[in-house]
Design a protein around this ligand. Structure first.
Ligand SMILES: NC(=O)c1ccc[n+]([C@@H]2O[C@H](COP(=O)([O-])OP(=O)(O)OC[C@H]3O[C@@H](n4cnc5c(N)ncnc54)[C@H](OP(=O)(O)O)[C@@H]3O)[C@@H](O)[C@H]2O)c1
Length: 242
């Protein structure tokens, strides 16, 4: 088993939902956590919660679709902790719209955050990992990368692109002692889908959702896996169906 104690972990989309649960769990396991998202106030609140539990953390506001802000996230982390050991690319957006009605900006935002933003952060951190002899990247994809959903074409396509991006990147870097893993959860009880219609087919009554904490625990399992073993993708579903 690999220890995360003392390791520096960047978590994007850490202001709420799954990302915040990951940041809290990693801090409880004594990782030094860098929380990132756009909303400064929510980030500060999450950092306060971690510090209240005597964890170590600080926040760096960043919009993952903005290249200079992604570069700054790595620069600030290195300035503060002197290293990065783990990156958890969790920030993501899903916009509910039929293709015929979706505007170009919403499509671009979906790919800009869910795919391009992750490419930017990976490109920034990999030279650092190579130099220090290893590192780990966990990308939060989704079961939506494998199962089609009407009115979510851009989101499903972005997550499918993320899975293939991650698998290809993993092959590039594995011999530098760098692991790249996708964690792909089914439906999670977060506020992610708050803007989606309540009567959509994928929201059937009795649907059992994963909790934010269950996804965080899956990320911890991946991060603490034996150094010689690599999980390329972890598909996470609730055990019971209702
Ligand atoms: N909920 C589900 O059912 C589910 C299932 C499978 C996979 N996922 C994936 O899990 C991840 C987290 O989702 P969640 O359910 O926790 O959603 P959420 O509650 O909406 O949280 C999304 C996080 O991403 C951040 N974010 C959004 N746009 C951003 C941007 N442009 N730059 C930086 N940060 C940004 C948000 O913070 P700010 O708004 O402050 O920037 C927030 O912290 C996503 O990648 C999602 O696709 C979710």
């Amino acid at each position: 088993m690999q220890e995360i104690e003392g390791k520096v972990t960047i978590v994007t989309g850490a202001s709420r939902g799954i990302g915040k649960a990951i940041a809290l769990l990693f801090a409880r396991n004594k990782s030094k956590v860098v929380l990132s998202a756009r909303s400064k106030k929510e980030l500060e609140e999450a950092v306060r919660e971690i510090k209240k539990e005597r964890g170590e953390a600080f926040g760096v506001p960043a919009d993952m679709s903005q290249e200079p802000q992604v570069k700054n996230l790595i620069a600030e982390t290195l300035a503060h902790y002197g290293a990065v050991d783990l990156v958890i690319n969790n920030a993501g957006v899903g916009i509910w719209a039929p293709v015929a009605e979706m505007n170009t900006e919403d499509f671009d935002t979906t790919f800009g955050v869910n795919v391009r933003g992750i490419f930017l952060l990976c490109r920034e951190v990999i030279p650092h990992f190579v130099k220090k002899g290893g590192g780990q990247i966990i990308n939060i994809a989704s079961v939506a990368s494998k199962s089609a959903n009407a009115n979510l074409a851009a989101y499903c396509a972005s997550k499918a692109a993320l899975v293939m991006f991650s698998e290809s990147l993993a092959l590039e870097v594995r011999n530098h002692n760098i692991k790249v893993t996708c964690v792909s959860p089914g439906s999670v009880a977060s506020d992610f889908s708050a803007d989606f219609p309540k009567d959509r087919p994928t929201n059937r009554p009795g649907l059992v959702k994963l909790t934010n904490e269950e996804v965080a625990e899956a990320c911890l399992a991946v991060a603490t896996q034996n150094p010689n073993a690599w999980t390329s993708e972890l598909i996470l579903r609730p055990l019971r169906t209702g």
